[in-house]
Ligand binder design. Structure first.
Ligand SMILES: NC(=O)c1ccc[n+]([C@@H]2O[C@H](COP(=O)([O-])OP(=O)(O)OC[C@H]3O[C@@H](n4cnc5c(N)ncnc54)[C@H](OP(=O)(O)O)[C@@H]3O)[C@@H](O)[C@H]2O)c1
Length: 244
């Protein structure tokens, strides 16, 4: 496989850290955006320095400084953005419109992967409030990318096991519940705070509607196991053993 120069934007995040690691492991020349706004966040700084020790280059750049973004993307062939898009963590998907502008101006980027990595937003036009906001914003970013004629790949990862498997989809924890399990949809819950309302909306689409399984991959799409047959997938039974 050919090697690329890859810039990861949002590299210290949940997905970003894994993408930086994978890019280095695949032998790509890997760059990570270092935002001055991280200020005194020592965890982020240490994560960035650990990337550097593993062979990545750190590129200073800020979403508040268009020129710095243009300079950062000018040095690479591929830009992967993993900026946050989940309300209960933080949520900044529309900042990517600035990245699209920078990529358009730089003119050299061969492929852009925006921050997607979830349910396919094209299938979620009917999604419930408040959970629909990330889908709407991901669609706005797709529109900007396509209008700017930037070559793209959209990675639809549906749901990550780390969020849904270990906790058997129980709220407020990521480890298996001890003692009791809530069965959703028994009609007894009177109200939820806004953050959980968003999550419940997602659960409704996932578990009741089956939005992650009841669809066909359409033209232009490709199933990951066809693209990467060499990847060994972990079965749920094995995945859950880590919690025992
Ligand atoms: N399929 C799923 O189950 C699933 C689960 C979670 C997320 N996702 C999707 O994956 C993508 C990434 O989510 P994540 O959970 O990995 O995100 P995250 O860890 O919450 O944040 C990722 C990065 O976003 C950047 N960021 C946050 N606030 C910013 C701001 N104000 N200005 C500029 N950059 C900012 C930071 O980059 P720095 O490193 O530069 O500080 C941060 O490390 C989203 O599109 C989300 O919808 C999918």
């Amino acid at each position: 496989m050919g090697k690329s120069k890859v810039l990861v934007v949002g590299g210290t995040g949940y997905i970003g850290r894994r993408i930086v690691k994978a890019s280095l492991a695949e032998g790509h020349e890997t760059y990570v955006l270092q935002r001055p706004e991280i200020g005194v966040d020592i965890e982020k700084l240490e994560t960035l320095l650990s990337f550097k020790r593993q062979g990545a280059s750190l590129n200073e750049g800020s979403f508040n400084d268009h020129k710095s973004l243009v300079e950062a993307v000018k040095q690479v062939d591929v830009v992967i953005c993993t900026i946050s898009g989940v309300h209960f963590r933080s949520h900044n998907l529309l900042l990517q419109l600035k990245l699209v502008d920078a990529i358009k101006e730089a003119g050299n980027v061969k492929r852009f992967l925006p921050s997607e990595f979830g349910m396919d937003p094209t299938l979620m036009g009917h999604a419930l409030e408040l959970g629909r906001v990330p889908f709407d914003e991901k669609m706005a970013v797709r529109k900007a990318i396509e209008e700017a004629n930037i070559p793209f790949t959209y990675v639809v990862a549906n749901c990550f096991a780390g969020y849904f498997a270990g906790n058997v989809s129980q709220f407020e924890r990521f480890t298996p519940p001890k003692g009791k399990v809530f069965l959703y949809g028994d009609g007894k819950v009177k109200g939820l705070d806004l953050a959980w309302q968003e999550v419940v909306g997602h659960f409704y689409h996932i578990f009741y509607e089956g939005c992650l399984t009841n669809f066909e991959i359409r033209e232009g799409g490709e199933e990951a196991s066809h693209l990467y047959p060499q990847v060994e997938y972990t079965r749920m039974e094995d995945y859950l053993k880590v919690y025992v």
